[in-house]
Design a protein. Structure first.
Length: 65
């Protein structure tokens, strides 16, 4: 169960990073605002996914498979 969750989190994190990099490039090229609500929400989502993935990895490492 945890390994399946890890796979899903890794996939979601990859997609979120791709979207964030596109947004960041858009911001840099178009003189946008890195403090925009949309970009900040993306950063928050990535932080939450990374936190969840870290917890899942710790549990797997401790043998809770």
């Amino acid at each position: 169960m945890l390994k399946d969750r890890r796979v899903l989190l890794e996939h979601d994190l990859k997609i979120a990073h791709e979207r964030a990099s596109e947004m960041y490039l858009d911001i840099v090229v178009a003189d946008g605002d890195v403090h925009s609500e949309e970009y900040q929400q993306m950063r928050d989502q990535i932080s939450k996914l990374e936190f969840d993935l870290n917890i899942v990895n710790q549990l797997i490492h401790k043998g809770h498979v």
